[in-house]
Design a protein around this ligand. Structure first.
Ligand code: ZN
Length: 460
């Protein structure tokens, strides 16, 4: 379609002179404005809306919006407004994100300009673009969208505002408010996209759980032991678990009453834990079915910490490996399996000796595998209680153990009890050991997160 045809379409839509429309269009195209945007701009100039052939898109209930919609008009209550700055095509842009609700449902939105609405406002949004995000429709509010106070407030039964407990937070959440105690915090300097950047990171807790956080605009108030209300945080997935992010837009207010922090990790069946898609702090009990290859005495790349084989790192080629101790054990509680990963200290505990002992044993036997064999004898067929951080990805479920102790209770009974409290059937389907959580290969070995590195995030 050439400019002439576009102009003719527009002119007949808007009921104005074609030559005038064409001149406007050509003027915009000269400045390299994309044709669609140019048409929208000309429509606005002549008082038209911007959707397809009808000037204003139809009003639609939120529950009816699909990714097939181009643009819509909606009347909704603003549930949350989160603010953050993103880099878009080389520029820093401050965007607002959150959720809207009406009688029929909720939908996420991203606003590229500040329309000034706040949680609780009832608004009519004209010409909101619909885009697909994670397989679901989401509204995109830009310069060609309009926002007005709604004539009537939709009757919504969803809670307005971003207050959440830690256990309720999920990756992708925006504009959330939490009341927490800072359990651990440390300052760090990272090399980000703008060079060296000071950040603070640590762990916060409330009565429902604990989560890691990163403060990208380090604040003194975020100190160990402080009880804080933190408004406008966003949640992203970092190393498989939800992580709270404070930005320059987050507001931190000290609380006068101390926040109660849950001491225990939530105890779940393996199947339930794997189903969460990743948890920062969880406890499971199960039997060790198998100690995987790559356990015992291993070698790591000195540059990236990945476990190497035959002196070859996947990223760095031939390297002088550094000796280390590690265990990867498959744990089964009758509901599913996952891979428990023990670090050097926990491995030394189950092995009954440290790195030097392991090296000496390997040297004497002229075989590194004797270390793994000893560990296998200690673990396989026995029940253990494991608390740690669970990440779940395409390679399987990995539980990085913080504690690893012999369990006195029978894992099958324990799993059944957990299932019953969760309202499950208690029917533990006996799955094959390698089917469920166990990784298909050694990719989960990576001690650095390539995505996070690319994102200039912190490698923990
Ligand atoms: Zn490497």
């Amino acid at each position: 379609m050439d400019v002439d045809n576009h102009a003719e379409d527009l002119a007949s839509d808007l009921g104005v002179d074609k030559e005038e429309v064409k001149a406007d269009l050509e003027n915009l195209l000269e400045y390299s404005v994309p044709i669609d945007e140019a048409k929208q701009s000309v429509r606005r100039k002549h008082g038209g809306g911007s959707g397809g052939s009808s000037p204003t898109p139809d009003s639609v209930d939120l529950g009816e919006i699909t990714t097939d919609h181009d643009s819509v008009t909606v009347t909704a209550v603003v549930l949350t407004v989160g603010t953050r700055t993103i880099r878009y095509q080389g520029d820093d842009i401050t965007i607002r994100e959150g959720e809207l609700a009406d009688e029929t449902g909720t939908i996420s939105y991203t606003a590229w300009t500040d329309f000034g609405f706040e949680p609780g406002d009832a608004v009519t949004i004209g010409n909101a673009g619909v885009r697909e995000w994670d397989g679901k429709p989401e509204l995109n509010l830009n310069d060609s969208s309009t926002v007005a106070m709604a004539d009537e407030t939709p009757d919504v039964d969803t809670e307005v505002g971003g207050d959440r407990s830690l256990v309720e937070l999920e990756p992708g959440d925006r504009g959330r408010n939490v009341e927490v105690r800072v359990l651990e915090v440390e300052s760090k300097t990272i090399s980000g996209r703008d060079g060296e950047t000071d950040i603070r990171e640590g762990i916060v807790g409330d009565e429902t759980g604990r989560l890691p956080f990163t403060d990208w605009d380090p604040r003194e108030e975020v100190a160990e032991g402080s009880d804080l209300r933190i408004e406008d945080v966003y949640v992203r997935e970092f190393r498989g678990v939800p992580s709270i992010n404070l930005t320059e837009f987050s507001q931190v207010t000290p609380l006068s009453d101390p926040v109660t922090v849950k001491e225990d990790a939530p105890r779940l069946s393996v199947a339930e834990a794997v189903d969460t898609g990743g948890m920062f702090d969880v406890e499971v009990v199960g039997n060790v079915l198998e100690v995987r290859d790559g356990s015992g005495l291993i070698e790591r790349c000195p540059d990236c910490g990945r476990v190497i084989q035959g002196g070859q790192c996947r990223s760095h080629g031939a390297v002088e490996g550094e000796d280390d101790l590690r265990v990867k054990a498959i744990l089964d509680d009758g509901t599913d399996t996952l891979t428990v990963v023990l670090d050097d200290d926990l491995t030394a505990e189950v092995y009954g000796g440290g790195l030097d002992d392991a090296l000496a044993a390997a040297q004497e036997a002229m075989d590194k595998d004797v270390v793994a064999a000893d560990i296998r004898d200690e673990l396989v067929g026995r029940a253990f209680r494991v608390r740690g951080n669970l990440s779940v990805d395409d390679y399987g479920a990995n539980l990085d153990a913080e504690t690893f102790e012999p369990a006195s209770d029978d894992p099958a009974d324990a799993a059944e009890a957990v299932l019953e409290t969760l309202g499950g059937s208690g029917d533990a389907g006996g799955e094959a050991a390698t089917d469920g959580g166990a990784p298909a290969d050694a990719d989960a070995d990576a001690d650095t997160d390539p995505d996070a590195a690319a994102d200039a995030e912190v490698d923990r």
